[in-house]
Design a protein around this ligand. Structure first.
Ligand code: FES
Length: 230
């Protein structure tokens, strides 16, 4: 049996906890994706810039914290902002410069920077996808990122432009295909030709032979049957 004094203390403690929860609900929450994919894509400097900028501007009522992978690794680094009214905004493909703009535009100016949001990026990607005749899906999962997929994307864009195919062929960043040890992986549609262990110096040949002349570069095509024999 608790004494009256103990019960009073318990009540005060409970009210105190409620106060803390209430205080947290009154803050804007900024979450930085710090899963392996986020870190590989450069989330650490984003987190530092956000913390520095929020401190520099002496913003109150903003809580910055880390979160794990949200399953759409191809859009990392990502920052999610939960405003006090419960609205969630997801900023994708963040850079330190964009992070500064988000602090000033969203957190201080209270206006969403639409062009950095997931909705804007996916809409523009869908427009490109619909207009293109061919599509190249390049894996940007953690494994392929560490084996150099970003350089592959740069080379693809360069070579497609040189060949005059940049309007007809869309290069799309995709998630993991499950063949991480054989990366970088890219798949060309129509046809679904799977290229594995692609090197930057192979891209010119793939663009000229496959995209321009319709002849897949067989020496680079992923052979599942060979894999089983290995
Ligand atoms: S990370 Fe590219 S296939 Fe898994």
């Amino acid at each position: 049996m608790k004494t009256l004094e103990e019960l009073k203390m318990l009540k005060e403690k409970a009210l105190g906890n409620m106060g803390i929860r209430h205080e947290k609900n009154e803050a804007v929450r900024v979450l930085v994706g710090m899963g392996t994919c986020g870190i590989a894509a450069g989330a650490r400097p984003i987190l530092s810039v956000l913390v520095e900028e929020v401190n520099k501007e002496k913003l109150e009522g903003v809580i910055i914290s880390q979160t794990g992978c949200t399953g759409i690794c191809q859009y990392e680094p990502m920052v999610e902002i939960y405003d006090m009214d419960g609205t969630k905004t997801t900023y994708v493909n963040m850079t330190p410069e964009k992070a500064v703009k988000v602090v000033h535009g969203h957190l201080i100016g209270k206006k969403t920077i639409d062009e950095y949001t997931l909705g804007a990026v996916t809409t523009s990607q869908w427009k490109t996808i619909h207009m293109a005749k061919s599509h190249i899906l390049v894996c940007t999962g953690t494994g392929c990122t560490s084996s150099g997929c970003e350089e592959i994307i740069v080379k693809l864009n360069e070579n497609l432009q040189k060949a005059g195919l940049d309007k007809e062929v869309a290069v799309i960043k995709a998630g993991c295909f499950g063949l991480c040890a054989r990366g970088p992986i890219m798949v060309v549609y129509p046809g679904g030709t799977f290229y594995a262990m692609v090197k930057p110096e192979d891209i010119g040949e793939i663009v000229q032979e496959h995209l321009l002349k319709g002849r897949p570069v067989t020496r680079l095509v992923y052979d599942e049957t060979q894999e089983k024999k290995m």
